[in-house]
Design a binder for this molecule. Structure first.
Ligand SMILES: [Zn+2]
Ligand SMILES: [Zn+2]
Length: 398
């Protein structure tokens, strides 16, 4: 089997990996938009034959999860290429499209895969493994062809709400892996070896909700379902009602998982200017009883709260995203400071810390490890055995 990392050997985001079997059949693992891309243009497509032409012979594109840095260049591919993903990933893409989220689109020729049920395309046998990650329904893959076994980690962690998946994986990992393509997002970012768990964040949210007498507002990614569950659980314990934008509610509903909070629950409400339905909460209600609510922000909600002077020294603002995105919210943060509201950060990474990466690599015990999805591939040499560094567009074999 030939492997070529088209993008991702020394960067986070924009991942695309081409695999070619002995008889010339090819599959692509992920087709992500680079994080530093100003626009999603066809010129960013990696140099892979047949990606946006008819009659190409690509057996399939395998998407690990619905983060744009893993699938969003897929809007440029030829519509007939089969795209393998999970049903939940497709729902996230569809709802994002319906709400006009930038760079959202829906693949044309989709085929669903399921956790730990192998499927074949061309000469490739692929087994998806559901993992713990900040994206809902994220997968690693065991890929077999030509008698060889490759494992692609995708993005994963061990400290989220699905940490049991990590534990059961390392207790019973796939055997005899010839090559591991493993993410290393945390390297060089944060040197702490053990990240905070989602469960411990729940206690932090709860403490802030309890000590705040006014409105609590939160900047959080709508697609970070684990975090929204964490916030909901803290709301429930504090007796506050969670108010969300319609996009969040639609996304949660579309995942068809009865354990996820939604607008049919008594303590979850949709933000609305006018009350037309029982599950809606208006700015007027928020200003009458600010201590009863926690509000997840989008631009419209923030502008409404600001225009009605509803953020004040009794309020709190919680930033619950990666620090790197803070600049995008500079205006909001400056306004909140000017209103003398209490501000704090409550967040943990969507990616594995060093301890988890080590456990993962030791459990799989591959013959070779090649870094992907990292800005610091050289660090792999210090931390893991049998590391081999490869550049973008370099072809190598197992
Ligand atoms: Zn990623
Ligand atoms: Zn991701």
């Amino acid at each position: 089997m030939q492997i070529c990392i088209k993008r991702g050997s020394d960067q986070i985001g924009g991942t695309a990996i081409e695999l070619k079997s002995r008889n010339g059949q090819r599959i692509i693992l992920d087709l992500g938009l680079p994080l530093d891309a100003e626009q999603n243009t066809v010129r960013l497509l990696p140099d892979i034959a047949g990606l946006n032409t008819s009659g190409g012979d690509i057996e399939g594109i395998i998407i690990s999860h619905a983060h744009q840095d893993h699938y969003a260049l897929g809007c440029h591919i030829h519509k007939d290429i089969p795209v393998y993903l999970s049903e939940a990933m497709l729902r996230i893409m569809e709802v994002s499209c319906q709400h006009h989220i930038p760079n959202s689109f829906v693949f044309n020729n989709v085929r669903f895969f399921h956790n730990r049920r192998f499927f074949t395309t061309g000469s490739f046998k692929i087994t998806p493994y559901l993992v713990d990650h900040s994206a809902y329904d994220a997968y690693s893959f065991l890929i077999q062809a030509d008698g060889k076994r490759l494992f692609y980690s995708g993005d994963f962690r061990s400290h989220g709400r699905k940490s049991k998946l990590f534990d059961s994986f390392i207790n019973n990992p796939p055997e005899a892996v010839d090559l591991l393509l493993m993410e290393g997002s945390c390297l060089g970012r944060d040197q702490s070896t053990d990240y905070e768990t989602e469960t411990s964040l729940e206690d932090k949210f709860l403490a802030v909700f309890r000590k705040t007498s006014g409105l609590c507002i939160i900047q959080v990614s709508s697609q970070n379902i684990d975090r929204i569950v964490t916030i909901y659980r803290a709301c429930k314990k504090s007796g506050r009602t969670l108010v969300m934008p319609s996009y969040n509610g639609h996304l949660l509903w579309s995942l068809n998982n009865p354990s996820l909070p939604g607008f049919t629950w008594a303590d979850v409400r949709k933000f609305a200017l006018e009350k037309k339905k029982g599950h809606e909460t208006t700015p007027q209600e928020l200003s009458c009883y600010p201590g009863k609510y926690v509000v997840l922000l989008n631009k419209f909600i923030f502008d409404t709260l600001r225009n009605q002077s509803m953020i004040n020294e009794q309020s709190c603002f919680i930033y619950s995203m990666w620090n790197g995105y803070k600049e995008l919210y500079r205006d909001r943060i400056e306004y909140i400071i000017s209103r003398q509201a209490f501000m704090t950060d409550i967040h943990t990474s969507g990616h594995a810390d060093i301890t988890a990466l080590k456990k993962f690599a030791e459990a799989l015990s591959p013959a070779r490890i090649v870094p992907v999805h990292t800005f610091f591939p050289l660090k792999f040499k210090e931390l893991f055995k049998n590391v081999e560094l490869r550049s973008d567009n370099e072809t190598f074999e197992i």
